[in-house]
Design a protein around this ligand. Sequence first.
Ligand code: NAD
Length: 397
Amino acid sequence: MIIKAKVRGFICTNAHPTGCAASVSEQIAYVKQQGEIANRPKNVLVIGCSTGYGLASRITSAFAAGASTLGICFEKEPSERKTGTAGWYNTAAFHQQAKNAELYAKTINGDAFSHEIKNQTIDMIKQDFIESGKGKIDLVVYSLASPRRTDPDTGETYMSTLKPVGAPVVSKTFDTSKKIVHEISLETANQDEIDNTIKVMGGEDWQIWIKVLNDAGLLADNCVTSSYTYIGKELTQPIYGKATIGKAKEDLDRASSELNADYSNINLKAYVTSLKAVVTQASSAIPVMPLYISLMYQVMKDEGCHEGVIEQIYGLFNTLLLADNPPVDEDKRLRMDDVETNDEIQGKIKAIWPNVTTENFPELGDYQGYNEDFLKLFGFGFDGVDYEADVEQQVSW
Ligand code: NAD
């Protein structure tokens, strides 16, 4: 079929297999060009491996460390009439490249919150890593971004919300469908909404993963694990850092400190890593973020310090995550967002913010860059990909 982007609001409902493969190839080429990372993990489990920061973590593990990678994701496979999701095609392309490089790569597609997928993962690690002599898992990346979670014990489904906590918020935003800058009012979350968001995006499931893996004897001594957070500054805190999602992210800090205490016998090192804001499927759904990211991209590109997912993750793996005693902030987090959040960059974004209108947004902000990155998430807009060509959408892995 000939596949053209079908954008609906903040999502694109289809994906291009060749374009997604180009995206994976670009990221692989980047990490290969940077060279091998300093302390190489051997056996890596990436939970949320198919897009965004998780995919970049998998690519860095495999192609800048030569690691065997097992990935968990929740993607839709293609059918005769519909394309698969971008994460499906990214995973297919990753598998192909790993095979070419003679690297072990397998992926389990299903709900990471469920007992079933955890059990399948344990069985696969026993068979493919332990019994085959590869050894235990020495790095677990937890990079899930999900709007809902079904508790596997009670069957109850919790939904996360993106609402302020404490007081309602009025903020500027950019409506990506109507292409207008306007003000939005966001009502305060109630306690249930806060608790449910913590249940979905907080640390509980990360802790369950580490527990079941350790109970099965699958974690190596000195195993490292990280989940990812976004902290941000004044412009985003009302809707992110100090909002429902920020409360869930605070719960990751609780979880990491408990993980470090609970698994000191294997010297587990659990971190929450704060990453830069980038365009991903998860961030494009958050009000205010498209405006903030467009302005921030403009400022950081002008300053020559812009980074995307793969630059952030390669830097994290090479300098902080696998180091013996990496520098941490006052909450013991690893920080890759220090350039974005420094006063100079934030000051420049804040100076532009009040003046942005629908009319001047294209000059003041890098919406073009934002939009190009957004379309690339789904495999659209890559040089060298013929978007008029008939492509086979039923790709498998
Ligand atoms: P993303 O939407 O690109 O990726 C989410 C991944 O989770 C995908 O691989 C998807 O398949 C998987 N997934 C979702 N629900 C699942 C389920 N039930 N079972 C199995 N897999 C499931 O998101 P992202 O932006 O890369 O976010 C990853 C993490 O990084 C999140 O914790 C996010 O908060 C954090 N983070 C993101 C940004 C940003 O700007 N995008 C910044 C800092 C931190």
